[in-house]
Design a protein around this ligand. Structure first.
Ligand code: DC
Length: 232
């Protein structure tokens, strides 16, 4: 009998998923997994190697030893032992990541890795676009986070500014809208609200409130399954 829960958090970029998922995982003492970082890592490597055709990119996904190491509030990302944490967050990656995420075999490879990472009854909070629908359709808790495009663009622009990256709000908005369209419109594992997912609109909700809403859902699921959880 599983003694820990699987929590799936999906939603578009800038919806607040990462911030909430990290805090929830920390409060529960669960593993936090950012699946977007894996698609970003393959995109970064494809750009670096100047790979443009599907076969080459699929081979990259197959061959690369990807590691996510969460600590001190952020995920460190390693590809074949080399740290690429900062590289995968650059605007060039945002411009290509949705296109690469559409490749069916790349998804199959990464979904398999995500299932392995989330297995073993360690308790996991996994965030992405297809966690509640494809990666863990039997997740105990499914959350779909969303926010207005203006709010999401403002948040992303602020993140860039904090890193000293100069981009206009208009460009950030354009990239988010284009990724939304590709991520939601693709044939394989599109970003959709999973059946039974609780939708949290974060446009006007504080981070603390978002976390509390998710924790309430987790408590309900734990009660129903007779699983005890400790929230710190
Ligand atoms: O969460 P993020 O913005 O870092 O994700 C980057 C891209 O990766 C996103 O635009 C689509 C893709 N992605 C995906 O297709 N499936 C996931 N589970 C996570 C991310």
């Amino acid at each position: 009998m599983p003694q820990k829960l699987i929590v799936a958090i999906d939603g578009p970029a800038g919806s607040g998923k990462s911030t909430s998922a990290i805090l929830v995982a920390q409060k529960l003492g669960y593993l936090y997994i950012d699946t977007g970082a894996m698609y970003r890592a393959i995109t970064y490597l494809a750009i670096k190697k100047n790979f443009n055709n599907k076969e080459d990119i699929i081979r990259l996904a197959e061959k690369t030893d990807l590691k996510l190491d969460f600590g001190e509030g952020r995920t460190k990302v390693f590809a074949d032992g080399k740290e690429i944490t900062e590289d995968i967050r650059m605007p060039e990656i945002n411009a290509r990541v949705s296109e690469i995420s559409k490749i069916e075999t790349v998804r199959k490879i990464l979904v398999q890795k995500q299932r392995e990472m989330g297995s073993g009854n360690r308790g996991v909070v996994m965030e992405g676009r297809d966690i509640g629908t494809v990666v863990f359709p039997n997740a105990d808790v499914k959350i779909f986070m969303t926010a207005s495009i203006d709010e999401r663009a403002k948040r992303r622009k602020k993140e860039y500014s904090e890193k000293g990256i100069n981009v206009t709000l208009e460009d950030v908005k354009k990239n988010l809208l284009s990724r939304d369209e590709i991520d939601s419109g693709r044939e394989i594992s599109p970003l959709i609200i999973a059946d039974s997912a609780v939708v949290v609109n974060t446009s006007e909700v504080s981070i603390e409130e978002q976390v509390n809403i998710i924790l309430e859902e987790i408590k309900k699921a734990a009660d129903k399954k007779g699983i005890s959880i400790k929230i710190s």
